[in-house]
Design a protein around this ligand. Sequence first.
Ligand code: 1GP
Length: 258
Amino acid sequence: MRGLRLGKTESYLLDVVEREGCCHLTLLDPENLDRDALARTVRTAEEQGTDAFMVGGSTIWSHESYDVAVRTIKENTSKPVIVFPNNVNAVSRYADAIFYMSLLNSLEWWFLLGAQIHGSFLVKEYGLEAIPMGYIVFGAGSSVAVVGRVYPIPEERPNVAAAYALAAQYLGMRFVYLEAGSGAPEPLSPRLIKTVRSVLDVPLVVGGGIRNEEQARRVVESGADLVVTGTLAERDVGALGKVIAAVKDAGSRKKSRT
Ligand code: 1GP
């Protein structure tokens, strides 16, 4: 049978988690940064120690400008560049891999399975490494929640979130992403992250609202294996370095305890 070996990017992410206890991903939204700012941000984030880049945003409509953004990022980093798609137009042949996601708590067939069907042959044609991921979005006010027609899971119902995450794992998804929404006022709660982590065997990705070292540390200590920050890289690259250092420090402490 073909294609069952893990790809290069996925193996790299798993290796970083294994070695360092936690992996940091910088999310770049090409809608928020022009070409020069994108190039600058990528170089600085790499210098600060980020492990890989995700490219995406809830309101990306143009395939052409998405391609330009991904090329710009690739030209300025040696780290993997991963498509984080909001829809079929945000798939680029210039990336290394794509998080092949299903928005598990969307009410819309399109975000659960439709876009994935429509995009599958494009991914094959481009030779992109597909990394299957269950995506769960919290809160009702973020762009991703609105665009993705999310049925919100209350944070104070962590067992419900855990059931979604476990279902993703049993369906064969190799990562689960808990999303507070870009620009969320607060990161997801430790209780929520811990409850999901306690039932899951696959790596857990957490993002949304992480702005400082303390929050980053708490998210890792609660059980995140991969931490995503987006807004920070766009607004305060200086603080990004501190957050990455906190992620790595908390990761190595976690690792030394196991
Ligand atoms: C959004 O979780 C990411 O998909 C990043 O969120 O922009 O709040 O860091 P922030």
